[in-house]
Design a protein around this ligand. Structure first.
Ligand code: ASP
Ligand code: MG
Length: 427
């Protein structure tokens, strides 16, 4: 059994869907499960249609544009108005309209559940179109509603997987996949324990594919992307990137933790537990080898790896009573961070002040500062960039930091993290 994951960019047009179908056709005869995201930027568009976000009745053009985007792809792929894909997709859009209209006066409590119900249509629609298209070109497949397989709790927008139930359901999935019939299913969405629709967090389709791979005991999982594999830096920042061909599981987890966007942070663990290799390959160059995450001892080739996080804020937290930063104060600070839901990207303490670097989110920051305000003075500094370099040397650091003053720096043997002011533009 092998598992493929195709993200939004790999199915964002009729040409992209044809290309994706050509890749899948190459694996004819193998037992294959294909996990697919919403087409292009559909999830972003659906986010605007959630009740309470945009008064939808005043913006019918948002939904109409999304509908047209999908129907243009269908028209191009099928060129036959009688194909059953039209009925199937039209039914999904009707259900989407109902989902949007069903909560005219949303409350803060219902928002997350509404969110999941509405955004799930991106993946339901994309997989419906692609399943019909593969049938149309003679690639026998079954469309599976992943909400019947991957079960989570009811923590909407970031569901926690119920592994026991999901493993049991995966046995049914396993029996559906044969050498002549592949399975097409959705990433990102899942079934809540109460029967509702949940999601696994933005960009969660990789994680969906990893859950499915784990529960099926797959031989390997492949993420098809628009990059040649795992690069040592984001090509947005670097003209000359190096492709890393082999990455140990733990390295991939660390890189995702520091903010490398190629792999969703939760994706690696379920694969590592069963030694399932994760291939990252280019859908633009499907013959090329790509990168493999697996049970390796070190990265290959060994080269500095760069991760940039922009829009960082440095918070300096000082007890008002001039007491030292010690365990009791740290307990209050960490308690507040956890309560507000702020993720710490870097931290450092001195006798009189505790510094944390977090993503800039005005709402979370306000609520942090309010909560800490009675006991601490909080100063903050916005517009910063956090640079993480693995396998660094001084020359590499100097070149990356350039002449910028360093606000915070931490080094271990393999990793340096440096907080600097954001450069107007990069090399
Ligand atoms: N479609 C979802 C998103 O855009 C999930 C994914 O692409 O992984 O976040
Ligand atoms: Mg995506």
């Amino acid at each position: 059994m092998i598992v493929f994951k195709f993200g939004g960019a790999s199915v964002n047009s009729a040409a992209a869907v044809r290309n994706m179908a050509a890749i899948v056709s190459q694996y004819r005869g193998q037992r294959l499960v294909v996990v697919i995201s919403a087409m292009g930027k559909t999830t972003n568009r659906l986010e605007q249609l959630i009740p309470g976000v945009t008064p939808t009745e005043q913006h019918p053009e948002l939904l109409a544009a999304l509908e047209k985007y999908h129907y243009d792809i269908i028209d191009d792929l099928f060129q036959d108005r009688k194909n059953p894909v039209y009925g199937a997709v039209s039914m999904l859009f009707t259900q989407l309209r109902q989902a949007i209209a069903s909560t005219p006066y949303p409350t803060a409590d219902s928002y997350n559940a509404d969110y999941d119900r509405v955004v799930s249509f991106g993946e339901l629609i994309s997989t419906t179109i692609i399943s019909h298209y593969l049938n149309h070109i003679g690639l026998a497949n079954r469309w599976v509603d992943i909400r019947q397989v991957v079960i989570t709790d009811t923590n909407h927008r970031e569901g926690h997987v119920d592994w026991q139930r999901t493993r049991a359901n995966a046995q049914t999935l396993d029996s559906m996949v044969t050498n002549t019939t592949i399975v097409i299913t959705q990433g990102f969405i899942a079934g809540g324990s109460d029967g509702s629709t949940t999601t696994l967090g933005r960009e969660g389709s990789d994680y969906s594919a990893a859950i499915v791979s784990h529960c099926l005991g797959a031989e390997s999982m492949t993420i098809w992307k628009d990059v040649p594999g795992f690069l040592n830096a984001d090509p947005k920042y670097f003209a000359n990137t190096v492709k890393i061909s082999q990455i140990p599981y733990n390295e991939a987890i660390e890189l995702a933790y520091y903010g490398a966007s190629v792999i969703h942070p939760k994706t690696v663990k379920p694969l590592q537990n069963l030694d399932i290799k994760l291939h990252i390959r280019s859908f633009l160059d499907p013959e090329a080898e790509g990168s493999v995450v697996g049970p390796f001892s070190h990265i290959e080739p060994l080269t500095p790896l760069y991760i940039f996080r922009n829009q960082q804020v440095l918070l300096s937290i000082m007890p008002k009573d001039f007491s030292f930063i010690a365990e009791d104060n740290l307990q209050i600070i960490f308690g507040t961070l956890a309560e507000v839901g702020v993720r710490v990207n870097m931290m450092q303490n001195s006798a009189l002040s505790f510094s944390v670097v977090v993503d800039d989110n005005a709402q979370l920051l306000d609520s942090m500062i309010t909560k800490l305000g009675s006991q601490f003075r909080v100063r903050y500094n916005r517009g910063l960039q956090l640079i993480t370099i693995r396998y660094y040397n001084q020359e590499v650091i100097d070149r990356t930091v350039a002449a910028r003053p360093i606000l915070l720096e931490q080094r271990s043997r393999s990793t340096v993290q440096i907080l600097v002011e954001t450069q107007p533009e990069h090399n």
